[in-house]
Design a protein around this ligand. Structure first.
Ligand SMILES: Nc1ncnc2c1ncn2[C@@H]1O[C@H](COP(=O)(O)OP(=O)(O)OC[C@H]2O[C@@H]([n+]3cccc(C(=O)O)c3)[C@H](O)[C@@H]2O)[C@@H](O)[C@H]1O
Ligand SMILES: Nc1ncnc2c1ncn2[C@@H]1O[C@H](COP(=O)(O)OP(=O)(O)OP(=O)(O)O)[C@@H](O)[C@H]1O
Ligand SMILES: [Mg+2]
Length: 260
């Protein structure tokens, strides 16, 4: 699976991005830069497609400070224009606003801890998913302003599982990595000279301290990717993947509309 012609994939994806942006009547690309591998590869592809018209947005939201350092280093290494907009305060204020107006749940502990570890059950995800949705708002601000497309970073593994926030990091215009599973994204990243620290970092949505894709999904990318590409998996793994995929399929569809 890993034995792919990454040089050709790279140049085909650069051409594809250029065509999609031009066909949309747009002039460039805006991407969220997390310091993770998917956004590093995507931003570099965009930068090669539109060297002058690619904008990376670094948007920490009570995030691990290491990630911002990695994102800045990546942007500077490859000459990607970027801005940092820290969303921690607006995020906290939004939670405070909910707390002020809705007395049903007490969010003081979450607000004071600045950590979603204090939130349990559905509250944890409800608050966590607001982070990518705030980022999406900023990405579209810059897309509208500059006549750019919002370029998403979702890969084939995440799309198959629906492992993204609906209208958050899933709220995008195009997804250049959408036909590459995570292990293939790693192959492409190596070929493109992405910093090995970024390539070997544990994949994480970074929505709360210590979150990792593998722990949350309960499967490794090796298991997920071999199943997606070659159909190789034991019956239990295959069933688990299909169950998650079925539950999240709505994320890839348009909202249901009555047919009467
Ligand atoms: N059948 C259906 N038809 C239409 N809509 C349906 C639906 N079932 C739920 N929904 C709607 O969808 C909502 C649930 O979806 P959503 O809001 O996305 O929430 P949900 O899928 O519960 O959470 C997002 C997941 O993606 C992960 N994530 C997020 C961001 C980045 C990354 C990453 O890889 O870096 C991962 C995150 O850790 C979490 O596990 C429901 O509250 C409901 O509004
Ligand atoms: N702090 C952040 N600043 C800007 N964008 C972010 C930030 N955190 C997440 N994003 C955006 O959300 C996307 C989805 O996150 P995701 O974690 O799947 O990708 P990644 O961090 O690039 O790679 P990995 O999955 O290996 O962690 C990112 O690729 C990026 O575009
Ligand atoms: Mg990440």
């Amino acid at each position: 699976m890993l034995d792919r012609n990454y040089k050709k994939i790279e140049s085909d994806l650069i051409d594809w991005i250029r065509k999609k942006v031009k066909d949309a009547g747009c002039q460039g690309a805006v991407i969220g830069l997390s310091g993770g591998i998917d956004s590093s590869v995507t931003s570099l592809l965009c930068q090669k497609a539109f060297p002058e018209n690619t904008l990376g947005l670094i948007m920490p939201c009570l995030s691990n400070p290491e990630d911002k350092i990695d994102a800045v280093k990546h942007a500077e290494k490859f000459g990607i224009k970027y801005k940092e907009i820290n969303l921690s305060d607006p995020y906290q204020k939004l939670i405070q606003t909910i707390n002020d107006y809705d007395s049903e749940l007490d969010l003081e502990e979450v607000i004071n801890n600045k950590n979603l570890a204090a939130a349990q059950g559905s509250l944890k995800l409800a608050l966590a998913n607001m982070k990518p949705r705030l980022r999406m708002t900023l990405l579209y601000y810059y897309a509208n302003l500059n006549n750019y497309l919002v370029v998403g970073t979702d890969n084939r593994s995440e799309l198959k599982l629906g492992y993204f926030t609906k209208y958050g990091d899933g709220g995008i215009d195009i997804a250049p990595l959408g036909n590459l599973v995570k292990l293939e994204v790693r192959g492409l990243a190596r070929k493109m000279g992405i910093d090995p620290k970024i390539i070997t970092k544990q994949p994480s949505a970074g929505l709360w301290d210590g979150q990792s894709d593998q722990d949350e999904i309960g499967l490794s990318y090796r298991e997920i990717d071999y199943y997606i590409v070659d159909g190789e998996a034991d019956a239990e793994t295959a069933a688990k993947i299909e169950k998650i995929a079925a539950a999240n399929r709505h994320k890839l569809e348009l909202p249901a509309v009555p047919n009467f």
